[in-house]
Every structure is written in structure tokens, then in C-alpha cells.
Design a protein around this ligand. Structure first.
Ligand code: PGA
Length: 226
């Protein structure tokens, strides 16, 4: 099973979200649905729409890109775990853009991680390198080097597998790579058992390109593992 996560970040409006959904729904998923868990992380306002329109696809789950570090209550403008319960199954925690633009520290990230876990929403824990602390029990770990995010310079496979070894993860940890993944390079990663999935930013914004990434799981899942 490979996990392919679409992180739309703060892109899209109502019209372009509807267009994406119309395109996506028209594809034939017969060959990939048993091998792939797809997790779509739209901006908060579009979560209910995306969830409803894709509800007939049981291999598609919905995720949030972040949560408040508060559980719920009088925190104007925040989106809390309480708000999201019943809407999402996953949440991305500690993305490097949260660290860079919103000053999130390890302490805040751990608080968010704990809130998600406690409330049965699966956290996808992001780290940029060995210096970022990792949640000890993290089941989903997404390695997202700063140099690869949005730069077109995807990380070479050898570097990713080297870092994975250094992290000394539990056997059942789902280890995901993210950073400039596109339809040309996706199969380079999905080819290997050492990588359980991909976190895709820009290339997930276009339904056609995203679908091409999904089909590269199918093409390569019989090939060698590392
Ligand atoms: P990118 O973003 O695919 O656009 O590089 C990945 C990410 O930030 O998760």
C-alpha cells in the first residue's frame, strides 16, 4: 500500500476546486484503488465539499493541513481539532512552511501532534532534517527537506534512504517523502519499499498531473525494493 498525499496549501478557490473535482472524478481508478491510499488536504473552507464529492471513493481520505494548538473554544480565527472532528481522518503537523512563516516551534508542533492523536485524527508528522525532533510514536513521518520544497530540486533517493536509516524508525512507521515530486519523478520513489508514499504540493493542484502520479504506483509496484 502506498500513501499519496495532496497538499494544496493555500491555493484554489471555489471554482477551481470544483473544476479539480470534476476532472478527478472522471478518471478510472480500477487499477490503483487496491494499492493506494489517497489523502487530499484542501484549504479548510473546501474540506466539506471535497469530502462530499469524493465520498464514493473509499480509497480517498481527507486531511487538514494544520490545526490549532488549542482544542476548541474562544480563539477567533483558529481551526481546531474540535471543529475538524468528523470531517478529516488525517492532519499534517509541523510542515516547514508553518515553521518558517508562522514561527511554529517544536513545542507547538508537539502540542498539535498530541491533540490530533488524542482525538483520533492521524497526524502526519513532517521533518526537514535530523535536527528536527521527531514525535517518538509518530506512525506517519514525512521527510520534507527545505531545499526540495517548491524548488524543483527533488531529493535523490540515496539521501532519503540514508536519512531514514539515521532516524531509526519503528518497523511499522509509514515513511513518506515530499519535495518537488511530479509525474516524471514519482516512480523513482514509489519503486522502493523503503518509501511508503509521497507528499505532493504543486503537482497535486492539477488533477491530471496528480492522477498521473497515482498511476505510477501501479506501474512500479512489482519492481525491486531497497
Ligand atoms: P512541492 O511541495 O511538491 O510543491 O515541492 C511539497 C510540500 O510542501 O509538501
Amino acid at each position: 500500500m502506498k500513501y499519496i498525499i495532496a497538499n494544496w496549501k493555500a491555493h484554489k478557490n471555489l471554482r477551481t476546486t470544483e473544476q479539480w473535482l470534476d476532472d478527478f472524478i472522471s478518471y478510472n481508478f480500477a487499477k490503483i484503488k487496491h494499492k493506494t491510499q489517497i489523502i487530499i488536504c484542501p484549504p479548510f473552507p473546501f474540506i466539506p465539499l471535497v469530502k462530499e464529492r469524493l465520498s464514493h471513493l473509499d480509497f480517498v481520505k481527507i486531511g487538514a493541513q494544520d490545526i490549532s494548538s488549542f482544542h476548541g473554544g474562544s480563539y477567533t480565527g483558529e481551526v481546531t481539532i474540535d471543529n475538524l472532528t468528523g470531517l478529516v481522518d488525517y492532519v499534517i503537523i509541523g510542515h516547514s512552511e508553518r515553521r518558517r512563516y508562522f514561527s511554529e516551534t517544536d513545542a507547538i508542533i508537539f502540542q498539535k501532534y498530541a491533540l490530533a492523536e488524542k482525538n483520533h485524527i492521524q497526524p502526519i508528522f513532517c521533518l526537514r532534517d535530523m535536527d528536527d525532533m521527531i514525535a517518538p510514536k509518530a506512525r506517519f513521518v514525512a521527510y520534507e527537506p527545505d531545499t526540495a520544497i517548491g524548488t524543483g530540486k527533488n531529493e535523490p533517493l540515496e539521501k532519503i534512504t540514508r536519512l531514514k536509516k539515521q532516524l531509526n524508525l519503528n518497523k511499522d512507521t509509514i515513511f513518506i517523502y515530499g519535495g518537488s515530486v511530479d509525474k516524471e519523478n514519482a516512480s523513482d520513489y514509489l519503486n522502493f519499499d523503503a518509501i511508503s508514499g509521497l507528499l505532493v504540493g504543486s503537482a497535486s493542484l492539477n488533477a491530471h498531473e496528480f492522477f498521473a502520479i497515482l498511476t505510477s504506483v501501479e506501474k512500479n509496484n512489482h519492481q525491486a525494493s531497497l
